[in-house]
Write a protein that binds this ligand. Sequence first.
Ligand code: SF4
Length: 390
Amino acid sequence: MSRRPRGAGSAAEPPVVPRPAQLQEFRRNLLAWFHAHKRALPWRETRDPYRIWISEVMLQQTRVAAALPYYRRFQARFPNVRALARAPERDVLQAWVGLGYYSRARNLQRAAWEMVHRHSGRFPQTLEAALALPGVGRYTAAAVLSIAYDVPLAVLDGNVARVLARLGAVRGDLRDPRRWKLLEAAAQHLLGRTAPGDWNQAMMELGATVCTPRAPSCSACPVSKFCRARALNLQASIPAPRKKRGPEDVRLAAAVLLDARGYTLLVGPEPGSGNGLFSRMWQFPAVRVKASPEASLRLHLRNTLRIEPPSGFALAPARHTVTYRRVTLLPYLMPVEKLPEAPLGAARTENARIEPGGRVRLPLSGVERWPISSATRKIARRALAAAESK
Ligand code: SF4
């Protein structure tokens, strides 16, 4: 490891990386370790950019073990770009249920459509074209281009940033934009010129399995001799913990309108429902409330559905967590003589597009087969149990 340059570890200088004379040894050690210890994962058995792209998007917010079954099912259901582009949105969202962050699934399909219509059904081969795809940022582009096409672009995600910060004993918030830029420069400097995809995966694997956020396994680390944090015994304090946003408590009242046939009403995304708490999927009419949840809900139904809401039965509240928001769902079962009309041309099948203003009438017992978020599923289950017990 080089002597620490003046200011290294601040945002004023690039993070410390091995001296040029040590760079070859550093790369050799890391790659040898990767080839000997890498986990066998299906997306590592292919150079198919489509498969690599899907895996990278799934892994952005999801652990490998949790993503694996989704990845296999997704590949079986949508084996290539064209299959994904022409699939009903509902199918794509259904394949994503449980992974969360549904904008990823929507962007995948929009990007697949772009690839079919502008790139001959392939993931584009330049950074500029890749970045123009919906949902593809610098990280995803670099990962797919390097692994599938050997484009020499280094990835920088949380794992790689942590490894680099420890190697260089970089203090401070790594997500500070200036510091992040410096880490990007360091990652690019270290990038192995042959097989950049292997190099990127090796860095990510080291961060995921050895240089872990808590208690890194320095004794098993193939590059420990280059690590400044280890030399200074600073592994535990680098990177600096991020300032966490405090939790926000949200209460959401939802109306399960139910007619005598057991039919209910789902609507498209509603602006008053609390900023994406239903993942922009089909949902029960709902509104964020403070005091008097039933009165607020009735007012919401008057304003949005133009109905005089019936009296409802409060069902047991359900808890739901979305990132920093702790949500209390307050469902109301509201028997009605007649459900509000769905607009002309409104969805009749589960394949219908989910859009603001959309409405569907369907059996309450069938709600779970529609593309809904887990919050809506919780409400539906409570309502169904209550309706069946009457
Ligand atoms: Fe991370 Fe320890 Fe390896 Fe340094 S020696 S890179 S802290 S695992």
